[in-house]
Design a protein around this ligand. Sequence first.
Ligand SMILES: *Cc1c(COP(=O)(O)O)cnc(C)c1O
Length: 499
Amino acid sequence: MESLFAHHRPGQAGCRLLAETLPTTSATIPASLRRGALPPLAEVSEPEVVRHYTLLSQQNLAVDTAFYPLGSCTMKHNPRVNEWAAALPGFADLHPHCPPPLAQGALRLMVELERMLAEITGMAACTLQPAAGAHGEFTAMAIVRAYFESRGEQRTTVLVPDSAHGTNPASARMAGFQVEEIPSTAGGTIDLAALAQRIGPDTAAMMVTNPNTLGLFEGEIDRVAALLHDHGALLYMDGANLNAILGKVRPGEIGFDLVHLNLHKTFSTPHGGGGPGSGPVAVRAALAPFLPTPRPVAGDDGVIAWAQPPHSIGRLLAAHGNFGVLVRAYSYLRALGAAGLTRVSEQAVLNANYLRVQIGDVLPLAYAAPFLHECVFTAKELKRTTGCTALDVAKGLIDQGIHPPTIYFPLIAKEALMVEPTETESRATLDAAAAAFRAVVRLAHDEPETLHTAPHTTTLAHLDDTLAARRPILVEPTATREPSPALSPPPRSLPSAGG
Ligand SMILES: *Cc1c(COP(=O)(O)O)cnc(C)c1O
């Protein structure tokens, strides 16, 4: 197949590289698959597009406009200076397939970021390739699989606590493992007796989130690790939310063999709407040969080139990771340093516990304190006495001008409201948030019907989430003089679709 560049500039190394990796021209696509006419795309002017999206953004509660305590998601303020760094032309305009001799600065950033993340996690090596947290989980499980295959061991099962994020069992399954659930104790941590009973020669690994999704530190993690290791299995940590333990605890020092991080939660990248993300995986020395290929490695002369780990699980992404997210994380880490990171976790834990104390009397905790970076309240009693659910409380908070917390997760907590204030909020904001929670609970007692129909201050009222996801009404903007339905703000209140 003739490729786009080979014809124009044959013989140049950089172009040969492009020729091998760029898609072929349309002439090589069979006629039956080619379009006969242009697609009927809407014609809209720039002002119309700008107004449309600006209007939509103004109808949202965002971290730039409101308190956004979405537990497990870490919706914190991310310093604007990191956006500036990621947008520097030398970084932003670099082609992913630029030959390494011409991209030494970017490669050095990657090597140094790998080293910093390995130090933070107490691991030997790190890959920056995975493009999200779940992608990192999958990468880790693929490494576990390759590791045991290289040793000729048949291990088919991955154990996951019932408090785990839903992506954990899904990632293990996608990597080819059977998944078995390990129950939690009444205190909300791993049931060691149940684990000891279940673990066996078929166990490849256990996936543990620590602090777990209840915001509780797994205090017996050393015994969990010993159990796994005594059976020849590996212990993996879901480190999506590292805010609680930065500079305090290193996963590699408490028995974990591999860990994934969410740069877009802990290390500064705004991540609303599903992207962009980055889920690096750090591993012990014994697992380093299995990391994804290629890895940036410095030679004796200091020049960095792409290298292939000897037993690599392969490539996970066409390029080398979400590079802009890596730049933000690097800039963030260099700005804060070790002392700054330690303060991040201290502040995150303090803020969560401050809020716990401010609202714990009107909204009880699902599990006993002490919490780390997030705390899980329950509306179980509120529902029994007023009929108002966790969902009602969440909707009521919108009327108070704050984004709802995560609700109905973790699954093991009834009527859960999972609140993560994050380290970037001031005491004044936390006090205002506490007042908002208290006002909503008061409304549940005084006027439950009003709370049932919240929110009352938004463009759209109570939506049927399921219907909205399954049968979305997508109206294409058109370039008419009359504002089209999609371009004008929706009516103030639409009848609920039911449910
Ligand atoms: C957010 C999160 C994930 C998944 O991360 P994505 O980047 O959304 O794929 C996994 N585990 C935990 C505990 C999380 O909070």
